[in-house]
Ligand binder design. Structure first.
Ligand code: FAD
Length: 407
């Protein structure tokens, strides 16, 4: 079915309007299209922009299997790297951590822009999905009724358009419009601020090591995450709100070398820095993730600071559950109402588990840079325990991979 047939058959009514074409919205759209369900995705940026926006890279195995089951992982499985180990560096020593051996599981490394590109192509060009880019001023209406709608300004004509629908999916990320339209007295927003900044960097250079590196240093945390053969992500802890312009390339590489230094470590592979921005580390969780016929998914509902590389994984998890529940509803499956009713709770169990891990990991990364000898001592004890206790190592590996049997 082509996008025009999609629209023509239903006038301005579609069963589901999805706001936001990130991993959550695109995965949801693809699941609905596979079930033969009409939907429209409204995205405020251009296609070129979202297909190049760099962010995540680490995807958990269960999430890739979930994409694969829905026919969405062909390119990823062909091109992604498999990672089975990471490495901690502290007190001048390297400590490789072979989490694959402990769990039999691994991470996939696949840059988010590639995943988004795959998902847009599949949705729009293979499954005939309707996606409208560069729309403005998206607003949900009548969300307390059985007949919600979403209005937006069309970029071509400048006219206000309205889509009537049965369900609205707010997949518009941390700064989107849908969550902001929810009545404040009907949701609870739990927030956590780490009081820490990370300078997020992308280097046009091959990785300096074939695995993720975590450097715990009195000057602050440093990390290296391979993204592709010629692009590598690095992180440097910095004060929140710090000015990225204060970080010359020379200062960046000097601090990376210092914080990631360890006996026997290969020198860092330097290259031009193509992204340099400061992220203030904070988390939030919106509860519940459903309000009548409006559902939130992904960063629109919960933000996990990139400390544990979990945000996109959670966005995919939400999209799987919501896609399956809405498909069941439209097809009149007997368990559909239970799936829709249980959506928020089912998502939030994994969300809170990942938030807790992120908080735990933050102390591991940042504790030795507090200048507080007590926190430095306990952080080093926590680090050493990963290498002296089989049980502690296995528990860490399970959380790092999101591989628990149940959440
Ligand atoms: P988004 O990707 O933010 O998509 C939302 C979409 O909605 C966007 O396309 C946006 O343009 C659009 N939109 C916003 N407002 C509107 C509006 N009003 N109207 C219409 N459209 C709108 N996660 C991991 O799992 N692993 C990692 O390794 C990892 N690394 C990260 C590194 C960095 C530096 C950062 C910043 C994040 C990282 N994350 C990681 C988190 C991950 O990128 C996000 O959690 C993920 O993008 C969330 O997907 P989403 O679809 O919910 O939201």
């Amino acid at each position: 079915m082509t996008p025009s047939e999609n629209r023509g058959n239903h006038g301005n009514h579609v069963p589901v309007v999805i706001v936001g074409a990130g991993p959550a919205g695109l995965t949801l759209g693809n699941i609905l299209r596979a079930g033969g369900i009409h939907c429209v995705i409204l995205e405020c940026e251009t296609r070129a922009f979202i297909e190049q926006r760099p962010r995540a890279g680490v995807i958990e195995e269960w999430a890739v299997r979930g994409l694969d089951r829905r026919g969405l992982a062909k390119h990823l499985l062909a091109r992604a790297e498999r990672h089975t180990a990471c490495e901690f560096r502290f007190e001048g020593e390297r400590h490789p951590f072979p989490y694959g051996e402990l769990t039999g599981s691994h991470h996939f490394v696949y840059p988010q822009p590639l995943l988004v590109t795959d998902l847009v192509r599949e949705y729009a060009e293979v499954r005939g999905g309707d996606i409208r880019f560069a729309v403005r001023d998206v607003q949900p209406h009548d969300i307390d009724t059985d007949h919600p709608s979403v209005s937006y300004t069309c970029p071509g004509t400048g006219r206000r358009e309205i889509l009537r629908c049965d369900f609205v999916a707010g997949c518009d990320g941390a700064r989107g419009a849908i969550r902001a339209a929810l009545p404040a007295d009907r949701i609870r927003v739990a927030r956590h601020d780490y009081g820490i900044g990370w300078l997020a960097l992308l280097a046009q250079a091959p990785p300096s090591a074939d695995r993720v590196l975590f450097g715990m240093h009195p000057d602050g945390f440093a990390g290296q995450m391979p993204r592709s053969p010629d692009v590598t992500r690095y992180y440097l802890q910095c004060p929140p709100g710090d000015d990225p312009d204060g970080w010359s390339d020379e200062r960046v590489w000097d601090q990376l070398r210092r914080r990631l230094a360890a006996d026997g470590a290969a020198p860092l592979v330097q290259g031009p820095l193509i992204e340099k921005r400061v992220l203030d580390m904070h988390d939030y969780v919106v509860e519940p993730m459903r309000h009548g016929r409006l559902f939130l998914a992904g960063d629109a509902a919960h933000l996990v600071a990139p400390i544990a590389a979990k945000g996109m994984n959670l966005a995919l998890h939400d999209a799987f559950l919501l896609g399956d529940a809405l498909t069941a509803h439209v097809h009149g499956a007997p368990d559909a109402e239970g799936l829709l009713r249980g959506y928020s709770q089912a998502c939030l169990r994994r969300v809170w588990d990942y938030q807790e891990f992120s908080q735990w990991l933050s102390e591991l990364y940042h504790g030795t840079a507090t200048g507080d000898p007590f926190r430095t001592g306990t952080t080093l004890a926590r680090l050493r325990r990963l290498f002296t206790s089989r049980h502690a190592a296995a528990a860490f590996a399970e959380q790092y991979l999101g591989a628990a049997d149940r959440y």
